[in-house]
Write a protein that binds this ligand. Structure first.
Ligand code: SAM
Ligand code: FES
Length: 347
């Protein structure tokens, strides 16, 4: 009974203590877990009804100048089979995506110097010209404020940049010294100031993550007040320094999704491909735990098995249309449907 009251209080106050976070993430009581999921789902349903937003993910380059220890496309991975999509290829992904009903395109890639600001702006302008009713999201890492402003002026609506962890020592254990947490956080505040809908996020169960670091993540998110939060389990990639680390837990990811929904009722919260990779019903269970976004792949089939951030990634052999139909059916089974709107953050 006490646990149920605690969940109700988190929902009401939109804040949580470190002790409660620890309890919620570690309880073995399945009735308590079910109550948490149901409360989060109720909040999501109040804001978004039974509709889930789709984002078409276009993984347009797997070149990256960074060397993040967890990531399969880090520059140090000599085995990665590198590719870049041509502008025409990116544009034709969007054309096909719009026909399939997508109203958001997410251009994601490594930090690839080949794609200068000029090239990115040109691509964004073309997409917005061809698809004025669609939103464009960029997820291309840390850039200067001037670059972010240029992308915004070219028409970019949203930007995803997971902060990865808000704890300094934890951040250092995941990244080489060339990268700095302070800069990553600054990027997020710059993006917000410019006017983007901004997404931060973490990998659940990344090496050295603790309840303390997760609590710092929540405090950071409360300060940033992001419009989107991307969380998915960490999954090791065989050709990275973290090859032998443990993968993140599906259960913990689901519980964190629920807590985030209670703490940030209106936030756009994806049930990620990584969650679907560790559990065949991971994405459905993510929606049932309070998520409201799915991000199927729109990249050309020929390159999908090259954008491998982690081992075992699902849907690398499917056509975009198959993915969309598959997700539609999966959602129907749990009483949800795909929204036909752009899915902006509600004002
Ligand atoms: N370069 C951009 C950036 O840094 O934001 C976007 C691409 S990056 C690959 C996108 C996200 O993938 C990262 O923010 C990270 O959280 C996630 N990711 C990378 N390696 C992963 C792994 N092994 N398991 C799960 N997620 C991973
Ligand atoms: Fe750059 Fe992963 S290290 S995208």
């Amino acid at each position: 009974m006490e646990f149920f009251a605690t969940i109700d209080k988190i929902r009401e106050d939109r804040c949580i203590s470190k002790e409660t976070l620890e309890y919620v993430l570690t309880t073995d009581n399945k009735d308590e877990e079910a109550y948490l999921f149901a409360a989060a789902r109720e909040v999501a349903d109040q804001v978004y009804g039974k509709e889930v937003f789709l984002r078409g993910l276009i993984e347009f380059t797997n070149y990256c100048k960074n060397d993040c220890y967890y990531c399969g496309i880090r520059c140090g991975n000599q085995k990665a089979n590198r590719y870049r999509l041509k502008e025409e290829e990116i544009l034709s992904c969007c054309d096909m995506g719009e026909k399939l009903g997508f109203r958001t395109f997410v251009l994601q890639g490594g930090e690839d110097p080949y794609f200068t600001d000029e090239k990115i702006c040109q691509i964004v302008r073309e997409i917005k010209k061809n698809h004025p009713d669609c939103a464009v999201t960029l997820s291309i890492g840390e850039k200067s404020k001037e670059s972010y402003r240029a992308y915004f002026e070219a028409g970019t609506d949203r930007y995803l940049l997971r902060h990865e962890t808000a704890n300094e020592a934890h951040y250092k254990s995941l990244h080489p010294d060339t990268m700095a947490l302070a800069h990553r956080k600054q990027c997020l505040f710059d993006l917000k100031e410019i006017g983007y809908q901004v997404g931060c996020g973490i990998m659940v169960g990344s090496p050295n993550q603790t309840i303390d670091t997760l609590y710092e993540d929540i405090l950071f998110m409360q300060k940033l007040q992001p419009h989107m939060i991307g969380i998915g389990p960490f999954i090791p990639h065989a050709d990275t320094p973290f090859a032998n680390e443990n993968q993140g837990s599906v259960e913990r990811t689901l519980r964190l999704l629920s807590l985030l929904r209670l703490l940030f009722p209106k936030v756009l919260l994806p049930a990620t491909t990584a969650l679907g990779t560790l559990d065949p019903l991971g994405r459905e269970n993510g929606i049932l735990a309070g998520a409201n976004v799915l991000m199927p792949n729109l990249s050309p089939k020929e390159v999908r098995d090259k954008y491998l951030l982690y081992d075992g990634k699902i849907c690398t052999g499917d056509e975009a249309a198959e993915c969309r139909d598959c997700l539609k059916r999966r959602l129907e089974k749990i009483g949800y449907r795909i929204s036909d709107s752009r899915g902006d953050y509600p004002i």
